[in-house]
Design a binder for this molecule. Structure first.
Ligand SMILES: Cc1cc2nc3c(=O)[nH]c(=O)nc-3n(C[C@H](O)[C@H](O)[C@H](O)COP(=O)(O)O)c2cc1C
Length: 371
């Protein structure tokens, strides 16, 4: 897991990735001190690549009012402060995940501001101030969510130019890599899966048609993003539902993005319909990354319940993925990679100079345990 990976001119120093995770803590799309500490700590923790949370290309592209944005000059400056911190103080590379929430937008943060209220409000519409939603077809996420408007060609043009503007802003903010979020039922994902795309024009029906708008957006971004910097695409490779994507669809999707210039497919799954029946377990989505890597012949990132160093090493050594992303394990342990290196007795990883003595002590303690 400590072998570097080359993507265009970017050298990712090792194969452990902090997966994108919404923090719902931005104000009017602007990231702040919380995000500086959050990303700064995880970048110091030894992972080779860290992803931003889903960062939205316009105010009405957000999931919740706490979501991060990239649509205002203030957002560029706020992100650049964090990117500069990461580059100055750590060896990690930093990727920006750009998205539009589509029919899953205009919802509450998962938590209540009242500390005694522990209920999960994810996917619940706002109590007031809901904004209009757009989607490939006028199908609400659930009975309680706002029904979206079917997108017109003019809507597609506006959304496409919002993605390009955010791409240019991502370059101004000095990100190393860019990811287009086409998974989890958000706007572009909802074009790909037949569950949410019931259009009868050239943007619906066959997988070629369902790919048309997401590929258009990707190509416009790729043209705006510097050639030497890599791009990835996150997909939901299955809907965990019989009426959803087929295995062949997911290969066709990966091949189409690779053809359009994607350097890596970030293989997630599900969250495209509330009726999904996922089959959970250790490394449960890795077979999807494996199939796409070995059938579509593209680089993949595996994600989903990968939490032990042995999981990462076995996935990589067996050729099932090129990178492994860990989300929740990094919420509990920002230093997951440093700890793994100490446990495995790997000497070449460099902890931040300020933390060297702590790292050395952990190595000695673990060595004593072994002997
Ligand atoms: C708090 C939280 C927020 C998340 N937000 C995002 C997100 O912004 N974008 C995304 O693509 N996935 C998001 N995910 C999904 C994770 O990136 C990851 O795919 C998922 O949690 C499975 O990995 P894990 O088992 O290591 O947690 C989120 C997950 C969590 C736990």
């Amino acid at each position: 897991m400590f072998v570097p990976l080359q993507l265009r001119e970017l050298t990712v120093p090792n194969r452990v990735v902090v997966s994108p995770m919404c923090m719902y803590s931005a104000m009017n799309g602007e990231v702040n001190d919380f995000h500086l500490v959050h990303y700064g700590a995880r970048a110091s923790g030894g992972a080779g690549l860290i992803f931003t949370e889903m960062t939205d290309v316009s105010a009405d592209a957000r999931i919740t009012p706490g979501c991060a944005g990239m649509y205002d000059a203030k957002h560029v400056a706020a992100w650049k402060r964090i990117v500069d911190y990461v580059h100055t103080n750590t060896g990690a590379k930093f990727a920006l995940q750009l998205a539009h929430a589509g029919r899953k937008g205009s919802t509450r943060k998962p938590w209540s501001e009242d500390p005694s209220d522990k209920r999960d409000y994810s996917d619940q519409p706002l109590e007031n101030g809901n904004w209009g939603l757009i989607a490939p077809s006028p199908l609400a996420w659930s009975e309680t969510n706002t029904t979206p408007r079917e997108m017109t060609r003019a809507d597609m043009d506006r959304v496409g130019s919002d993605f390009v503007r955010a791409t240019l802003m991502g370059e101004q903010a000095s990100f190393d890599m860019l990811e287009l979020h086409c998974g989890h039922g958000y706007l572009l994902s909802s074009f790909l899966t037949p569950i949410s795309n019931q259009r009868t024009d050239e943007y619906g029906g066959s997988i070629e048609n369902r790919l048309r708008f997401p590929i258009e957006v990707f190509e416009a971004m790729r043209a705006a993003w510097p050639k030497h910097k890599p791009m990835s695409v996150r997909i939901s490779a299955t809907d965990w539902h019989d009426d959803g994507l087929t295995a062949e669809d997911s290969i066709a999707i990966a091949e189409a993005f690779a053809q359009a210039g994607a350097d890596l497919i970030d293989v997630s799954a599900g969250q495209t319909t509330p009726l999904a029946k996922p089959v959970y377990g250790r490394m449960f989505q890795t077979p999807l990354a494996d199939r796409i890597r070995n059938e579509a012949r593209v680089r993949t990132m595996a994600v989903g319940n990968i939490f032990e160093p042995d999981h990462v090493n076995s996935i990589l050594a067996a050729g099932r993925a090129d990178l492994c992303a860990l989300a929740r394990p990094h919420l509990m342990d920002a230093n997951w990679s440093l700890r793994a290196a100490a446990e495995l007795g790997y000497g070449k990883i460099a902890p931040p100079k300020q933390y060297r003595t702590g790292y050395a002590q952990m190595q000695r303690t673990l060595a004593r345990k072994d002997s």
